[in-house]
Design a protein around this ligand. Structure first.
Ligand SMILES: C[S@@+](CC[C@H](N)C(=O)[O-])C[C@H]1O[C@@H](n2cnc3c(N)ncnc32)[C@H](O)[C@@H]1O
Length: 501
């Protein structure tokens, strides 16, 4: 296993907390080639690559001149870290990759980043599926939402997010079915920590064992012990409160629990900080004990004004922020405040990482299906890619006059599996998230069951009604999971494509 980041302090923190990982390197990935990593890893196979390439650099500029005038995107390799990420994917051909990003990548640069990542990954032989991770569904007491893009080699079974990535907690306000838990709250995450005053920046202190006892009596052990492992930490580290100006502190005291300064002003409170009543932007938020905390961000290193403690006159300490991210108390961050906040805010919450990691492990532990097995499982598959095209063309043409919803299951499945066989790098769930951009075409001599396709999802336009109907039947439980995701067909199709190549 190897970990890479260009930030020296982040790697130091990683090493201190994961002494068992032998390779942790400070490298700028724009200047570090996979071959160089090979020298360190030796002959180790790389099955999984995980990373969070920032999307800020994604360029919207278009190339001018040349035959593709105004059509092609201009790529700035220094600024597009996702390409560096994909370079490692190209080199190692891992079975799975997971890319993490902020939800904004859906719309960044007009959605082009989100589309390009998926289109480029498919080019490399991966079947990709975006997955929106809602942190609270995994027991994190926070409103954090992150966009994951999960890619699996197209010759492997379809990765089914809903099957493998198991949520454990429900949405706020939702009824709690058996086997699930209500969402975690900020109060449960930090309520056992001793009170500190703004400006008391001691890094090491003692726990208040009595307070913890009362806390556990009220909430149980599920967070304090099971997640935070507070009983295993010798000292309480990083519960250090930054100073605030007297004016800020007086303003904090004017806020009710869970209130923003905007809401306080709206109910007639006079705040002291100078603000323009016309164009007023929120300055403070006091968090609420019984709710999810706002998304912990690296900006906390600059100020903590959006993260005022529910009952104390100060912003959240690094330890409190780490707890809101589900880091155990045994996890040590740098003493330097700015570094600690930025590492905590940049992180994927451990509980989310764990859920996704377990999902990938479970997915990879499935026994591989051979071509012969898949064929014996289903004699209904087309015999070749060409036949799949012919069958599908005939099917789509015949459906023009018919109602797809009325088709007998066997007939529908034959066509649906032909789609899987012909397009092993498409993910059924992605057909619901196509974006608008279409591939050029249809080109002469190319079938309409291949082109034009949506660049984001890769789905041919003419096959979308089939995908929609398949989803409808799956949701209505008319199709079983295996029938809908049709791994048997896609694996056979990928093998057929490989034979042709
Ligand atoms: C969203 S954070 C993800 C942090 C951590 N890997 C995790 O998953 O919890 C993005 C990380 O990318 C790192 N980074 C940014 N540019 C980089 C580059 N050129 N080479 C290597 N790492 C880079 C940042 O230092 C930051 O730690």
């Amino acid at each position: 296993m190897a970990a890479i980041d260009s930030n020296e302090s982040a790697i130091e923190t990683f090493k201190r907390n994961h002494p068992d990982v032998s390779v942790a390197m400070v490298k700028d990935l724009t200047k570090f080639a996979p071959k160089e990593l090979d020298e360190v890893l030796g002959s180790q196979r790389v099955d999984v690559i995980v990373g969070g390439p920032p999307c800020q650099g994604f360029s919207k500029a278009r190339q001018v001149g040349g035959s593709n005038h105004g059509e092609r995107l201009v790529y700035d390799p220094r600024r597009e870290l996702y390409r560096e990420f994909l370079k490692f994917v190209t080199y190692y051909q891992p079975k799975v990759f997971v890319m993490e990003n902020v939800p904004g990548i859906r719309s960044a640069a007009g959605g082009e980043f989100f589309t390009a990542v998926q289109a480029d990954s498919r080019e490399l032989g991966y079947r990709v599926i975006p997955f929106e991770a809602l942190a609270w569904r995994f027991g994190v007491p926070q409103k954090r939402v992150r966009q994951l893009i999960i890619g699996t080699r197209r010759e492997l079974p379809v990765f089914i997010p809903a099957r493998y990535i198991r949520a454990t907690h429900v949405d706020p306000g939702e009824a709690v079915p058996k086997g699930m838990q209500p969402h975690m709250t900020l109060g449960e995450a930090i309520g056992d920590l001793p009170e500190v005053l703004a400006g008391d920046e001691r890094h090491v202190r003692e726990y208040d064992i009595d307070l913890r006892r009362q806390h556990v009596k009220r909430y149980g052990r599920r967070y304090t012990y099971n997640v935070l492992q507070a009983h295993k930490a010798r000292n309480l580290l990083g519960h250090a409160a930054r100073p605030h100006s007297d004016r800020d502190k007086r303003d904090f005291m004017r806020l009710r629990e869970g209130e923003t300064s905007r809401a306080a002003i709206a109910r007639g409170v006079e705040m002291e900080f100078p603000y323009d009543r016309e164009h007023f932007k929120d300055r403070y938020t006091r968090q609420h004990r019984d709710q999810l905390c706002s998304t912990i961000v690296a900006h906390l290193k600059k100020d903590g004004l959006m993260f005022i403690h529910p009952t104390q006159t100060r912003s959240l300490t690094p330890r409190e922020a780490a707890r809101v991210q589900s880091f155990p108390d045994t996890f040590e961050f740098p003493q330097e405040r700015t570094k600690a906040y930025s590492e905590i805010g940049n992180a994927v919450p451990p509980l989310v990482g764990k859920a996704v990691g377990l999902a990938v492990a479970e997915y990879l532990a499935q026994p591989a299906m051979t071509d012969a097995v898949t064929r014996s499982l289903n004699a209904n598959l087309p015999l070749s890619q060409e036949l799949a095209v012919t069958e599908l063309e005939a099917f789509v043409e015949s459906m023009v006059m018919k109602d797809l919803t009325q088709l007998p299951k066997a007939e529908f499945l034959k066509a649906w599996w032909a789609v899987g066989y012909l397009h092993p790098n498409l993910h059924p769930d992605a057909a619901m998230d196509n974006g608008k951009e279409l591939s050029p075409g249809p080109k002469r001599g190319v079938s309409f069951v291949l082109e034009p396709y949506y660049v984001r999802s890769g789905w041919p336009v003419e096959l979308i009604p089939l995908a929609r109907e398949a989803r409808r039947r799956f949701d209505a439980k008319v199709l079983a999971e295996e029938e809908y995701y049709c791994s048997v067909a896609v694996i056979a199709g990928a093998a057929a494509k490989d034979r042709v190549r």
